[in-house]
Design a protein around this ligand. Structure first.
Ligand code: HMG
Ligand code: MG
Length: 303
């Protein structure tokens, strides 16, 4: 059976945000800045840098301004940041992101734990943020958490995802991430979540954001590719998790994703060796081995 896979894929590197937000030990801003610079040098053209959230909730992102203003920005690279409310958006505006991300959930319980409000309330908070961003010429993405499973509610029906995608569309969100926050998804369930999202967004405006907690992220990526999805999010060295999803580990490692895609003849514009170096850099800074299987294999081969 032959499949029509997309000829190229665009990756959003989320390691500096999704990865580092979950690190118990604080890292200096200078290390985060160097990580971003190594990632862009390796060919990443979209980088989720940080979030403008409450430092009491997520102390790891308290250095958002320092990091955003410390990066030597390159033309052609899109720098995105998370902004859950107007307070966060206003702080972010000073640092001129190319894209802001509002983040909602298909699960009520997760919405409450993560952003301290219901799904409906979250839309009331996001709507003015989206409007202000669009007025300022800043692109808007919407992250949709728990599109297959929730740490509090268990399995999530595709209808919930369809509802959330519709709410995102109604407030003007331009593209959305189908997130498997706790990595419980398997290929057919992930396809159902994507198909639910397709009722409101076309394939070019949907990205896959798969955590690898149960080791399914690459399989889920392949399943998404088969539906025509060509935007994916990943985390160098497999960093991360979510502080409000206990036990959830990092996103699929960018190195692993790039190896998969290149092996299938799908272009990414990324230099895998330079990416492995970026992963080795941040893993050394954290004092632990990389979470990427591909990086481990390539580093072992280098000797
Ligand atoms: P809240 O307590 O409901 O907000 O928090 P509030 O408006 O009542 O304000 C309470 C305090 O927070 C006040 O300070 C505000 O000034 C401050 P106080 O007067 O007590 O000193 N505050 C802020 N400070 C800085 N920046 C802000 C901000 N807003 C309020 N933007 C809020 C609501 C959303 C802020 C809070 O719940 C929060 O920060 N949550 C953190 C959520 C988070 O970062 N989660 C991880 C990212 S999402 C994720 O990882 C999932 C994703 O990867 C996709 C997937 O995998 O599923 C995207
Ligand atoms: Mg995530």
């Amino acid at each position: 059976m032959s499949m029509n896979y997309p000829p190229s894929v665009r990756l959003v590197e989320v390691g500096p945000r999704d990865g580092l937000q979950n690190e118990p030990q604080p890292l200096p801003a200078a290390v985060k800045i160097e990580l971003v610079q190594r990632l862009q040098a390796a060919g990443l053209r979209e980088i989720e840098v940080t979030s403008y959230v409450s430092p009491k909730w997520v102390p790891q992102m308290a250095d958002n301004h320092q990091v955003m203003s410390g990066i030597e920005r390159r033309d052609g690279v899109r720098y995105s940041v998370l902004t859950p409310n107007l307070k966060g958006f206003e702080a972010a505006l000073a640092d001129q992101p190319d894209e802001i991300v509002v983040f909602g959930a298909a699960s009520e319980a997760f919405s409450q734990k993560n952003i301290n409000c219901s799904i409906a309330e979250s839309m009331d908070r996001f709507a003015p943020v989206v409007q202000a961003a669009l007025d300022a010429g800043i692109a808007v993405r919407g992250a949709m958490s728990c599109t297959v499973g929730c740490p509090y509610e268990g399995e999530i029906a595709p209808e919930r995802v369809e509802m959330l995608a519709g709410l995102m569309k109604a407030i003007g969100v331009q593209r959305v991430d189908v997130a498997d926050t706790i990595g419980v998804g398997t290929p057919l369930k992930v396809q159902r979540a994507i198909e639910a999202t397709l009722r409101h967004y076309d394939i070019d405006h949907i990205s896959g954001h798969f955590h690898d907690t149960y080791g399914q992220a690459l399989s889920n990526t392949l399943a998404a590719l088969q539906l025509g999805v060509w935007n994916f999010q990943s985390s160098v060295a497999g960093l991360g998790g979510c502080p409000y999803a206990k036990g959830a580990t990092g996103n699929v490692a960018t190195e692993d994703l790039v190896y998969l895609l290149h092996g299938m003849g799908i272009e990414t514009g990324i230099d895998l060796d330079a990416l492995v170096d970026a992963g080795a850099f941040i893993s050394a800074a954290l004092g632990r081995p990389t979470g990427s299987r591909v990086a481990r294999a390539l580093l072992a081969r280098r000797g």
